[in-house]
Design a binder for this molecule. Sequence first.
Ligand code: AGP
Length: 613
Amino acid sequence: MCGIVGYVGSRNAVPVLIEGLKRLEYRGYDSAGVAALEDGRLNIRKCVGRLRNLESQLHDTPLAGSPGIGHTRWATHGEPSDINSHPHTDSSGRIAVVHNGIIENYQELRRQLEARGHTFRSETDTEVLPHLIADELAAGAPDFEDALRRALGRARGAYALGILFADKPDTLYAARHGSPLIVGVGVGENFIASDVPAILNETSRVIYLNDGEIAALKPGGVTVSTLEGRSVQPAIKKVEIQAEAIERAGFETFMMKEIHEQPRVLRGLLDKHLDANGRVQLPGFPLAADYFENLSRIMIISCGTAYHAGMYGKLLLENLTDIPVETDLASEFRYRNPRLESGALVVAVSQSGETADTLASIRLARKWGCKVLSICNVQGSSLTRESDAVFYTEAGPEIGVASTKAYTAQLMAFCLLTLFIGRARGTIDDNLERALADALRRIPDAVHYVLGRKTEIQKIAGKHHDGPSSLYLGRKFNYPTALEGALKNKEISYQHAEGYAAGEMKHGPIALINEYLPVICICTRTDDEVYDKMISNMKEVEARHGRIIAIATDGDQSIADLAEDVIMVPDTRDEFSPLVNIVALQLLAYYAAQARGTDIDKPRNLAKSVTVE
Ligand code: AGP
């Protein structure tokens, strides 16, 4: 969603802000702006559209100064427009604010402030903040920080803020409540950012602000205090990510780079967690084997792609352990009054660790006394800080908005956790453990093999990309794969795509099938009846002249005969086939998007990390 960057130091802030905002482009945005302080004046440039529009505005009417704040906006309140872009100021133009999050009581505050003579220019919720601060200063707040504290005391909702005062030119203020914000610690200069990549080229030393904290940054130091005014000793952490990890490394898009990183990411997880005997090791993991022995229930909560990983996790855990597992969308879970006993384990899956609904759900679960295990990709994220245990997916920064490597890493996390839990509960014996571990070790090569078929996949995508719709069918372990394949296609190619459990086809979607509809059928070989059932479903599609694109096991001639196009993948143990099959679907979606000419890394309307409800 929105991105924030701020700078205070002896350099001109503006190039630093623009570079930082470029590194946040992947989060999704529709307008951008910067403010900088020069000779006691707050100057602002902002406009709708991509950062290049802002850059050309800065080229025509240059801006310089320090401190400075910058923002990329993903519209929530008020359409994308120049006026609604951040930074926003108070009526006098001497206080400027950039904001991520939503101020829920902004209408009521705006009415109060307008009644007291404040003039509003935008339709945003954010604009109440600079006016509120000005209001508190006018009402006698002894200093700027105190005015900020009092103003935030009146605001309800979520925020990460960067604030400048024309009359306090040596300080950049920041505040956080419910939306992520970090402070980057430099030498003789300091930074703020909504996400580490924004400032990774400047510093790797960061302070993760906690909810309810305010930071005052000067060139020579940072002080942190709570909203109540209590001073806090901030912990400075070293970020392990290398700046190169957020470069495209010769690939045409981040998404293509990330698709190709999957064998390495999966191998990394296996090397870290599987010992030579095929036993899963979780060193330092706070939930020991005996905790899982007595566990009564697991509830998996997540959104979007991570929800599909959760669906797979449920199938795997229920097949290989004896624990009842439920899964739910975080946005449903938090409002459906779920019945959870305190002994249940809540597993939250999230690439970013900042998804608002997922965070709200685990907070709810904690209130009931449940332990929370998160499967997460971002160290230091809110989710990891609020969990009892974290399984890091260690996929490295994922910049493409459409999740790829984070998804397969989440699937692998479930595989490894299932082996661990199954052993702890005695449902996976030595022989099965060895067989599963051997099969898992073959996954990175199988993924690599699928990547090697990309030219073929590109040709198939070229044949089918131009229709209005497509249908994705799968069963059992590959039902989530069908949903995820369809989601990838919608997200980046904007073709309507419907993911369905193949057995449900007769109950409705079969009406869609005609000689124009591409039907992507995931039918890799299995040891149970699901394979035959899937073939029957494909026959039903064939009988109605649907255009079958099958994902099949190498050498499976019966499927080749049935389908118009086949993507062959290596023979993989049934339970683990989704880790391989999805890669074919990622590529299929990718090449469809390329043929349709979309902005693959930054699809319209989407945000990388959904920090509002
Ligand atoms: C994935 O391609 C999507 N962009 C989206 O569905 C994403 O998975 C979802 O928003 C959850 O994000 P999270 O994993 O960061 O919690």
